[in-house]
Design a binder for this molecule. Structure first.
Ligand code: NI
Length: 265
């Protein structure tokens, strides 16, 4: 299923940076020339099976259906806003307030080491209908790590997300988009980058983030933002206004990935 989606996205966006691949098995030496490769999920249990749900994982309340809007991406053009490097008590909280008020879904690529003490933020994300995904433990450049260390970065973060939310991540975003085809398997995650990068971490300027986002976004886009910068949070209302003016509906990454069609290319 993930492979089909990934191939679809390659066809849909041949010229963009978006690369989505399923991480399923260790790449054998020589098997990969360069770039990104799709692999089927292993049919047998891997050495890194999903951690079991533990008794400490308390069930979350069912999100109210009106918490965020759920547009049908088969009918309206959709985009996914993604927020990396959090959670942060101040800026992420403010962003969630804003998204909740606008009934806007988003996807959060969190760092594992920032979860302890911020479990309530992750619970709130899920309760509101947001997605929580894996951005590694502490943001290393994965291509500089040994394969075992890469696995550790990903697995520990998965475990923290499950502990805080009761839900397994489905996507992994490697820091900086850096991924070596010579490393890793993990837990059936889909490797997901982006196609719109307003460089909010560099500009730290509301107007620049708004302009850079809205000038590049298209139906099916995945937008890279960071919920640790106040200027990024400041930019979100205008970004949402701009998307709405173009008839682009924000959805979560999973909703975008599984919509099965991008009819407004
Ligand atoms: Ni990051």
């Amino acid at each position: 299923m993930s492979i089909v989606r990934a191939k679809h996205r390659y066809r849909a966006h041949p010229s963009r940076l978006l690369v989505t691949a399923l991480i399923g098995v260790v790449v054998a030496s020589g098997a990969a020339a360069s770039g990104w490769i799709l692999f089927p999920k292993p049919t047998t249990a891997s050495t890194h099976a999903n951690p079991p749900d533990t008794a400490s994982t308390s069930p979350l309340p069912t999100p109210p259906p009106e918490a965020v809007a759920r547009p049908d991406c088969r009918v309206v053009p959709c985009v996914a806003l993604t927020f990396d490097d959090g959670p942060d008590r101040v800026t992420t909280s403010r962003l969630l307030d804003l998204l909740e008020a606008r009934r806007t879904p988003a996807t959060f690529f969190v760092l594992g080491h920032r979860i302890a003490g911020n479990e309530d933020l992750l619970s709130r994300m899920v309760h509101l209908g947001m997605e929580v995904e894996n951005h590694t433990w502490d943001h290393p450049k994965l291509t500089h790590l040994a394969p075992d260390a890469v696995v550790d970065q990903i697995r520990r973060t998965n475990e923290e997300i499950v502990r805080a939310t009761g839900r397994h991540p489905e996507h992994l975003r490697p820091p900086g988009g850096n991924w070596s085809p010579g490393v890793t398997p993990t837990d059936g995650l889909t490797l997901t980058t982006w196609d719109v990068d307003p460089r909010d971490w560099f500009h730290r300027n509301r107007a620049a983030v708004v302009q850079n986002t809205l000038s590049a976004v298209q139906p099916g886009s995945i937008v890279l933002l960071h919920d640790i910068h106040p200027s990024t949070i400041d930019a979100v209302p205008e970004i949402l206004d701009g998307l709405e003016a173009r008839g682009l509906a924000p959805v979560t990454l999973r909703e975008l990935s599984t919509s099965g069609t991008l009819p407004h290319e």
